[in-house]
Ligand binder design. Sequence first.
Ligand code: NDP
Length: 241
Amino acid sequence: MARTVVVTGGGTGIGKAVAQAFLADGDNVVITGRREEVLRRAAQELGGAVSAHACDHTDPEQVEALRDKLPDVVHVLVNNAGGNRDFDAAPPGDLRAVAERWRANMDANLLGAVLTTAALDKLLVSGGAVVNISSFAADRGAGSYGAAKAAMNTWNIFVARQLGGRQVTANVVAPGYIDATEFFRDRRSGEFHAERVAETMVGRAGRPEDVAETVRFLASSAARHITGQVLRVDGGVIPTR
Ligand code: NDP
């Protein structure tokens, strides 16, 4: 049976690879993002049963409008939209600037997922899954971005409890350094790349497909008893005891 899968931020990088993975399984996939042109191009490239809707997930009205365009049943929600807003911000000046930067990362990486999950809650059906894309930054003391992702990890436990009775799972996938996305903008020098690869046990950067396959597993029938968990896809940078 074809499922309906919503992938926020599905026009680029990890989200696009996640969309690709579900499309390969024959699912109907909805991708979202703020830039219409990026979404249009991604939908063309992905082909298959994909539909694209522009939506800023930090804006409650836009999230409500998105919900009204979706079918009555959603099987999988992948809260992937996000990124480190500090990369685009001016250097922090006064306290107002500090507040602005913190709010930007909290909105982009936590509130967007919270609003989207709340909006789609009633559409999620038994056997469904919510997968939240966090980051290994949650465990590395990485300022407002890491704090937002750490908050996502603990909020996920709440979501798992809320949805568990309906047989809907909620898990976090926490990527490490993933190459070939728009995340780092133009910051990825050779030295920067080499330093991050050297931290891994496997001697390579992660690929969007590494994350996508993990998301696909968590949303599959093979993972029905896995919920409330954080699964790192980071090449062993942060091992678990
Ligand atoms: P990208 O920048 O390629 O993808 C982020 C996507 O999210 C874009 O398509 C962007 O589209 C969309 N997006 C961002 N903010 C919003 C918003 N408010 N509303 C709707 N869409 C939004 O980077 P990645 O693929 O690398 O990032 C995907 C996720 O993975 C993020 O949550 C990121 O924090 C996380 N991550 C990435 C890592 C990496 O090394 N690359 C490491 C750890 C975690 P648009 O700008 O058009 O809205």
